[in-house]
Ligand binder design. Sequence first.
Ligand code: ZN
Length: 86
Amino acid sequence: MAKKNKEKIPYYPYPEAKIICSCGNIMKVGSTVKEMFVEICSKCHPFFTGAQKLIDTHGRLERFKERLAKKMEIDAKKKKNKKSSD
Ligand SMILES: [Zn+2]
């Protein structure tokens, strides 16, 4: 019985591998790789934090806002041109 349980324990070449999250959290777990980078972890995932907001890891939201602003500007100009040509 004891022997069977021993066989079930998985072997990790790196018993203290670093899991580095983009939020800055570092976890140490047994893994087959020395280091691993993740975008989201249990410390910053909305499911665990209870937050209902989006996490902007790489300024994606800012870039979207910029693009939206530019498009609005262009649309406004187009409308103006149409009015003046009529
Ligand atoms: Zn995290």
